[in-house]
Design a protein around this ligand. Sequence first.
Ligand code: F6R
Length: 236
Amino acid sequence: MKWMIVEKGEELAQVAYQFLKQEIERHPEGLTVGLATGSSPVGVYEEWRKDSLDCRHVTTVNLDEYVGLSPEHPQSYHTFMQEHLFKDVAFKESFVPIGDTEDSVRESERYEALVRNRGIDIQLLGIGANGHIAFNEPGTPFDAKTHVTELTESTREANQRFFDRLEEVPTKAITMGIGTIMEAKKILLVASSERKAEAVRDMMEGVATTDCPATVLKRHADVMVILDEEAASLLS
Ligand code: F6R
């Protein structure tokens, strides 16, 4: 695991975007980039939107989507991606799991096959305060494929800020599994703020355990972690 500490979130976004850009430029023949939602990648997407990088050879696959929310729902991850990136950057094709299908288990299987067929060249990740990656909550097996997951109360509370009330935060999500993520050739994880400091310490200094899903990344051969000073504040 390689890592880098920058002073603030702004710099983190610039460095992380340059890392992704390099990867995109290195593959003019085409590549698949795994994307995340939430606060962590917002600055990265802002840098991306400001740049005029040609991404017409890039396929994107998102990590997750809330079960029950249609792509048009204002809090869906489809809408998030549209607003933060897709409206300004043209990609070859972009995929996000569909949250409002009749059969979410089937949708998870379809999405797993779609991701596997393409193969992720680089995956952008955030980390939850409880150590989750995508929506793989503590206790998820390291070999999990894309699946429907029950969100923990702490995750629902953390994500409440995007909704009007806690009751509106969905209780389930479709998420790429830890096993799916670990198949990515390269992983770039970004974390900022003190809220992430404990999870970051566990990920980087603790043993690999399903209690903190991000610790699985120790077993991946090519991971870059970019932290701001607050997120790195508990590292020894
Ligand atoms: C989002 C995702 C989550 C977030 C994590 C951190 O697609 O998969 O794992 O990366 O919950 O969220 P923020 O960045 O909002 O703190």
